[in-house]
Design a protein around this ligand. Structure first.
Ligand code: SAM
Length: 289
């Protein structure tokens, strides 16, 4: 079939707890679609039933992605309209939706998004922490080395950090956050948009103490204040670019991170900062010319 006759793939955002959080456009397209693919058909059927929509439903999740991906692409190439819904929220954010988009794009198939809720953005806005600049990190890796490497990097992150976490891993994550990031403000949001929605604004240490007494329940969005000591620009008037970089390195940051922050502080092109950094080695104490 000619590419112009291919069907379109829609990524449909679905409610993260409150069934009313779905757009009119999403409902119309769900009614008109030929096929609905779902990360968990049991979740999606509840949504479809609630709105009286009856559609052929097939699963597409991390364990059947390869075979099902090929089936979905075949259906799209036959001209069918396919809608993908993940368990909750915006498909493609910490779920298999992103792979489906990649696959469709590789085949020249049109992709559209039916926008709606995403747990990370909802938790961020409710946190009361800075929303100006943020770093969405999804779930922390389970592999120890990858996890520790990322946490080390996050210790120097000056933007607000957003994480997803499940209840049975929350305590370990709070322990690791305290170890690598120190005591900072954290917002713990659970059951977002549901009747028992709860947003706790604590420090990481207080959160650890709280969850020693209370069993974590429900899925969490953790929003953590960025590294304030680095976010606050120091007075760099009169100091050279190189000394500026070295100030950060002497605070324990990597050269790469020091270059990033120096570029941010001085609002100059990154290549100028790179140029000034030539010859600096990570454990340089600033005593070379
Ligand atoms: N694609 C989804 C989105 O855009 O929100 C996220 C998918 S990810 C597999 C699921 C995670 O989102 C959960 O483990 C939890 O961290 C977070 N989450 C989803 N719904 C939530 C809710 N109602 N309250 C708090 N966190 C939620």
């Amino acid at each position: 079939m000619d590419k112009k006759d291919y069907g379109n793939l829609y990524l449909c955002a679905t409610p993260i707890g409150n069934l009313e959080d779905i757009s009119l456009r999403a409902l119309r397209l769900l009614r008109e679609a030929d096929l609905v693919a779902a990360e968990d058909t049991r979740h999606t059927i509840k949504l479809l039933n609630h709105y009286g929509i009856s559609k052929p439903l097939i699963s597409y999740h991390e364990h059947n992605q390869r075979t099902r991906g090929a089936d979905l692409i075949a259906a799209l190439k036959e001209g069918k309209t396919v809608i993908y819904c993940s368990d909750a929220g915006m498909p493609g954010i910490s779920d298999p939706g992103a792979d489906l988009v990649r696959l469709a794009r590789q085949e020249g198939i049109g992709v559209s998004v039916l926008p709606g809720p995403s747990a990370g953005i909802t938790g961020l806005v409710l946190s009361g922490l800075s929303t100006d600049r943020f770093s969405f990190e999804g779930f922390l890796p389970r592999n120890n080395k990858e996890r520790n490497d990322l946490l080390e990097r996050l210790a120097a992150e000056d933007r607000t950090i957003i994480l997803y976490e499940s209840p049975h891993r929350l305590k370990r994550t709070l322990k690791d956050l305290y170890k690598y990031l120190g005591d900072r403000k954290i917002s713990l949001a659970r059951e977002l948009t549901k009747v028992h929605e709860q947003v706790l604004s604590l420090t990481i240490k207080e959160a650890q103490a709280y969850y020693e007494q209370t069993e974590p329940r429900g899925e969490f969005v953790l929003v953590i204040e960025g590294n304030k000591s680095l976010a606050k620009t120091f007075d760099f008037e009169g100091i050279s670019i190189k000394d500026h970089i070295l100030t950060y390195i002497n605070k324990g940051l990597s050269k790469k991170e020091a270059i990033r922050l120096t570029t941010r502080d001085r609002q100059i092109p990154k290549r100028e900062v790179y140029q000034a950094s030539i010859g600096i080695i990570e454990d340089d104490s600033g005593d070379q010319d």
